[in-house]
Design a protein around this ligand. Structure first.
Ligand code: SOE
Length: 392
């Protein structure tokens, strides 16, 4: 089989997991990475055991051995890096959020469709086998019509005021922090499993830590803070938010996100209440799916190839009792992405669970509606998600 060459731009926290996932596929060559300077690119290339390092991402995109770009840059670089990749006619896998706002998200969605390449956004929780199992149960009508979808996504890595990353800087992370970074994942899982679109939102946002102390360098996600000189920075983006949701079938919902909540590491939980049964999935206990009943005992489905439905099997790699985890699910998403890439990004050949720039654009529309809702004093706000090829 012909090998595919990939290049990665923006070697921060999540980059290592992109490289790991690609290495596990076995038929993709990691050609080069690009960083913000030659020095940092060289350092990261050595650490990640990549042969070539560029300081200029345009040079990496132009490298003829590179067919696919992984864009893991901070949010403000998603637009220029991805547009340059699409202009070169190369496939692109972008980190979420796809862009800083809905206008940019739409531009990227439209450019990706016009470029006729594979365009993927890393809503990686779709790669979890029990997320796919839950989705199938809803599709097959096993839950009955859904009436309530609720949960949260809570983290604590920003609980220390000495953590200052680009996520808190509106010029680099965008005006939102918690909603864009992790609320985007929660909403994607909610819509993906339920098959229902959120139609309107009512949001209440808070900045629990309005002053942070920066060392000058951006803190990597989940890294501990270094000691030394720091300066105070005013933070305006939210680190805590709660949102009420209305779904297209009349279902109601709500979720909270927070980045400053001690004890919560990567605590994404989501529950779907149907007329027949309920489903609950917790990211930190991702090998179990809770099934709630009214008229018989509740039960837990453990991830096991002999128990999940057939269509979920490509996402399961180990027998029952052998725990699979975050990086295995991430690898599943990347495997689907490369399956699509090998089909040249033909829309008809896209694996069903794979999130595209359409989903990435949709996510920017949801977050934008939440920001508008809050700014309007927490008023109900409809989602404005424009189809491809619409005129302004
Ligand atoms: C940091 O909050 C982060 O790495 C997110 O950016 C990821 O999307 C999430 O999967 C884990 O947490």
């Amino acid at each position: 089989m012909k090998r595919v060459g990939m290049g990665l731009i923006g070697p921060g926290f999540v980059a290592e997991h992109h490289l790991d996932a690609v290495r596990r596929l076995g038929d993709v060559d990691i050609v080069a990475i690009a960083g913000s300077s030659q020095d940092s690119a060289d350092r990261k290339a050595r650490a990640y055991k990549v042969d070539r390092a560029y300081s200029d991402y345009h040079a990496l995109i132009a490298d003829p051995a590179v067919h696919v770009i992984h864009n893991t840059t901070p949010n403000h670089l998603h637009l220029p890096v991805t547009l340059a990749t699409l202009a070169a006619g190369k496939h692109v896998i972008s980190d979420k959020p796809l862009a800083l706002n809905a206008q940019e998200g739409r531009k990227l969605r439209d450019a990706a469709i016009a470029a006729k390449v594979a365009h993927v956004v890393t809503f990686n929780y779709r790669g979890n086998p029990l997320v796919q199992q839950a989705r199938g149960m809803v599709v097959r009508g096993e839950t009955g019509p859904l009436s309530f979808i609720h949960g949260f996504y809570l983290q604590d890595w920003m609980a220390d005021a000495n953590v200052y990353s680009w996520r808190s800087d509106p010029a680099k992370g965008g005006v939102t922090s918690a909603l864009g970074d992790i609320g985007s994942h929660w909403c994607d899982v909610a819509e993906h499993i339920s098959g229902l679109k959120i139609t309107s939102v009512l949001a209440d946002l808070t900045t629990v830590i309005p002053v942070r102390y920066s060392s000058g360098a951006s803190a990597e996600a989940f890294s501990s803070t270094s000691t030394g000189e720091r300066h105070a920075v005013q933070v305006r983006s939210e680190d805590l938010a709660s949102v009420l949701l209305r779904f297209e079938n009349g279902a109601k919902g709500c979720f909270s996100v927070g980045q400053v909540l001690p004890g919560h590491k990567n605590d994404l939980q989501i529950e779907f209440n149907g007329r027949t049964c309920s489903l609950k999935w917790k990211q930190e206990e991702q090998n179990n799916l809770w099934i709630g009943h009214h008229d018989r005992a509740n039960c837990t489905l453990a991830k096991d190839p002999s128990l999940v439905s057939k269509d979920v099997l490509p996402y399961v790699h180990l027998p029952g009792g052998h725990q699979e985890a975050w990086s295995d699910a991430f690898r599943n998403l990347i495997a689907d992405a490369y399956q699509w890439i090998r089909e040249g990004g033909n829309p008809a050949a896209k694996p069903a669970a794979l999130p595209t720039f359409e989903d990435g654009y949709r996510s920017t529309c949801l977050i934008e509606a939440m920001l508008k809702s809050h700014a309007a004093g927490s008023a109900w706000t409809n989602i404005q998600h424009l189809p491809a090829n619409t005129q302004d």
